[in-house]
Design a protein around this ligand. Structure first.
Ligand SMILES: NC(=O)c1ccc[n+]([C@@H]2O[C@H](COP(=O)([O-])OP(=O)(O)OC[C@H]3O[C@@H](n4cnc5c(N)ncnc54)[C@H](O)[C@@H]3O)[C@@H](O)[C@H]2O)c1
Length: 380
């Protein structure tokens, strides 16, 4: 495989996950990182063993030896950073949600197409091996016609009014928070698996903490538990702690899901259930190697990931033998692997979520927001 060089913009939770995943690919080298200041970027680069660092991401983009860039910053920065990277001729892997508005996402899709550059949005959760098995058994008709889907993405890390993060502020995150942050993954997943587009939504959103206590110092994702009460100031909150959406998919399938960042005890509970005319499946990210398959007239099954026994088109997503867990980090690696195959060799087919998928996600989020405001069904 051709050697590729890449750079990371954003030195937080995702910065670390992406560098570790990229390094496991072998043929891709992380040559530089950009952070919000020279000092934070240097500290992170030293910790991660990356040689170059900067507080000015544009200086990385000016380097012609860098082939690709990962955009791993708060959502409102995805658009200017990705556009600048595309203009500089870099392949771009951008975190989700792709942007803050669909208008921005459209511009990113158009520029990536004009420049003919590989582009991906990081819906990594698609790539658990067992999830790919679900995709392929649905495709081969084992579930029959899909009748309905349901599920949740529930977390508890923003349960207390003292929990804070840039995601809580609409100007850095976008209008929708729980829905944009984790609902975007749920809607991407269900369309990816069923191959049915979401055609209408009816949404309800709630902000339980109308005021939160904002730390006077910056807090990294999931790190809020370490602060003391005296470190906060009160701020008004408009973004959603919780949301529920009813869905129409394709011609006649129905669905419903909830999202929450205030569900005590749920750490990263991303669960879906898909029911067809022949069989059903249930999966939960907190036990990613297991899949429940339900039948009407024969005993239900609980299958455990084993690449050699998965659907042949899903087998390649299992990189470890049966009984050896593959988790969150592995789902990232699986996406980067396919993205960098494309960067190294433009002739390979696209097998990862692109900016087009990110644009679709942004349109859906805007329809969810519109529906919640009107308290009505909205067509997509
Ligand atoms: N795919 C997933 O599973 C997943 C999981 C978590 C987060 N995310 C997404 O990843 C993105 C980052 O989230 P996170 O949890 O890593 O946040 P984070 O707060 O942990 O990290 C964000 C980083 O961006 C840096 N930053 C801010 N302004 C910058 C600038 N001008 N130039 C360079 N760097 C700057 C911050 O210093 C920080 O290091 C978000 O879009 C989020 O939605 C995706």
């Amino acid at each position: 495989m051709k050697k590729v060089t890449t750079a990371i913009i954003g030195t937080g939770f995702m910065g670390r996950v992406h560098i570790e995943g990229i390094r496991r690919l072998g043929h891709v080298e992380v040559v530089a990182v950009a952070g919000s200041s020279d000092a934070s970027a240097k500290k992170f680069a030293d910790e991660m063993g990356v040689e170059r660092s900067t507080g000015d991401y544009k200086s990385l983009l000016a380097d012609p030896s860098i082939d690709a860039v990962h955009v791993l910053t708060p959502n409102s920065l995805h658009f200017p950073m990705s556009m600048a990277a595309l203009e500089a001729g870099k392949a771009v892997l951008c975190e989700k949600p792709l942007t803050v508005t669909s208008a921005e996402a459209k511009k990113m899709v158009a520029l990536a197409a004009k420049k003919n550059l590989p582009n991906a949005v990081c819906h990594n959760l698609r790539y658990y091996p067992v999830v790919q098995h679900v995709r392929r058994i649905i495709e081969s008709g084992e579930l029959g016609e899909i009748l309905h889907v349901q599920g949740t993405y529930s977390q508890d890390w923003l349960l207390y009014e003292t929990d804070f993060n840039w995601r809580i502020e609409a100007d850095r995150n976008g209008e929708l928070r729980a829905m944009g942050d984790i609902g975007s993954h749920w809607m991407d997943m269900i369309q990816h698996l069923t191959a049915l587009p979401i055609t209408s939504v009816c949404a309800d959103l709630a902000t339980f903490h109308k005021t939160r206590k904002k730390p006077k110092v910056a807090v990294q994702t999931f790190a809020g538990k370490k602060l003391k009460p005296s470190d906060y100031e009160d701020v008004a909150i408009t973004t959603d702690d919780w949301g529920a959406v009813m869905l129409h998919l394709g011609d006649r399938a129905r669905g419903a899901f909830t999202v929450s960042q205030v569900a005590a005890g749920c750490k990263n509970k991303f669960a879906f259930e898909i029911y067809g005319t022949k069989a059903g499946v249930q999966w939960n990210q907190e036990e990613p190697d297991r899949l429940w398959i339900g039948h009407r007239n024969t005993p239900n099954q609980l299958i455990v990931k084993d690449g050699s026994l998965l659907h042949p088109k899903a087998a390649a997503y299992a990189e470890l033998p049966g009984g050896h867990s593959e988790g969150y980090d592995d789902s990232h690696k699986a996406l980067y692997k396919r993205f960098y195959q494309k960067v190294a060799d433009p002739s390979v087919p696209v097998e990862y979520p692109t900016f087009e998928d990110g644009l679709r996600g942004m349109i859906l989020l805007e329809k969810v927001a519109e529906s919640a405001k009107k308290q009505k069904w909205v067509k997509v």
